[in-house]
Design a protein around this ligand. Structure first.
Ligand code: PBG
Length: 323
């Protein structure tokens, strides 16, 4: 037998393009964005170089840029005034709350040109920073929290969200939100379920981005990073509850979970390249230690290769405008 030569298919850029197995296109990328109350200019986020907290106006402009670049969607997070936070996170469901104002503004600006998604969670709005309401002993009360998520999701649908994204990992949240939306005339609003969401150190920069007040951790509701099988279990439950799309989060360090979920899911699969994954690339690039464009592109390609149909990434605009 003569030498078998796989290198033949790597000889030229055209050949490599021809045989490429995974292609990333702008339409499958979702840009997460932060909209903050009470500021009159965009505020940089120190731990996420290049990412800002938007005013409602600068958010409108960002949405237009994203639509023009062919990005598939936006995921909105709200950053309320400290004085609007309370134990129940009630400013999340107020029509005038910052997230709902942001959703309205974006829909007004881009209509249906982008898929507009909302983070359906309480942590941005609670004084204690947890993703839910606390019981008398200070534990996150699952069922009371789910009731609050339903009100939050309906308020977000009212404000124009095409998709709600429950990210709090409460049991039964997808089922309850589905029936809440159906009963209020929002049968067409989709649910992107954060199905397998891990208690990750890679959310660190995000806590600065949303001005989180959290002390302690989220390990009684988010999953243990050591558990692979459980990621599949959580996903199957969300599918049974009616999730329209399921998500794995974080992405890069959970590609095994992502591959499992992609193999088992009969709905589109998303993965979230989170703030810490972004920050590691951006910080190393600032020092000249890594090529940010190449690393971002390789990272997102790997996430798609592992099975994601949709990628939430802070690099979405950069990646989309580069092609
Ligand atoms: C919860 C939420 C978090 C992120 C998205 N939704 C934070 C958390 O669970 O602690 C993290 C996103 C990121 O790190 O980029 N509302």
């Amino acid at each position: 037998m003569t030498t078998i030569r796989p290198r033949r298919l790597r000889t030229t850029p055209a050949m490599r393009a021809l045989v490429r197995e995974t292609r990333v296109s702008p339409g499958q990328l979702v840009l997460p964005v932060f909209v903050r109350d009470g500021i009159d200019a965009p505020a940089p986020i120190a731990s996420m170089p290049g990412v800002v907290q938007h005013t409602v106006d600068s958010l409108r402009r960002e949405a237009v840029r994203a639509a023009n670049a062919g990005v598939g969607g936006l995921m909105l997070f709200g950053v309320p005034l400290e004085s609007d936070k309370d134990a129940a996170g009630s400013s999340g469901e107020e029509p005038d709350g910052i997230l709902n104002r942001g959703l309205r503004a974006v829909r007004e600006e881009v209509g249906d040109d982008l898929v507009v998604m909302a983070d359906t969670c309480l942590d941005e709005f609670t004084s204690h920073g947890h993703c839910g309401v606390l019981d008398a002993r200070g534990r996150v009360d699952n069922d009371a929290t789910v009731d609050a998520y339903v009100r939050l999701a309906v308020a977000q649908a009212d404000a124009g969200a095409h998709v709600v994204g429950p990210s709090g990992m409460m049991d039964g949240q997808v089922l309850a939100i589905r029936s809440g939306l159906d009963q209020t005339g929002y049968a067409d609003v989709s649910i992107l379920a954060y199905a397998a969401k891990y208690a990750s150190a890679f959310y660190g920069p995000f806590r600065e981005a949303v001005g989180s007040s959290l002390r302690g951790d989220r390990r009684t509701y988010q999953q243990d990073p050591a558990n692979r099988r459980e990621g599949l279990r959580e996903t199957l439950l969300d599918l049974a509850e009616g999730a329209d799309m399921v998500m794995v989060k974080p992405a890069s360090h959970y590609l095994d979970v992502l591959a499992d979920v992609a193999a088992a899911s009969d709905v589109p699969v998303a993965a979230y390249q989170v703030s810490g994954e972004y920050a590691m690339i951006a910080a190393a690039a600032e020092r000249g230690w890594i090529d940010s464009e190449a690393a971002a592109s390789e990272s997102v390609t790997s996430i798609v290769r592992a099975g994601a149909d949709i990628v939430l990434t802070y690099f979405a605009l950069d990646l989309a405008s580069r092609r």
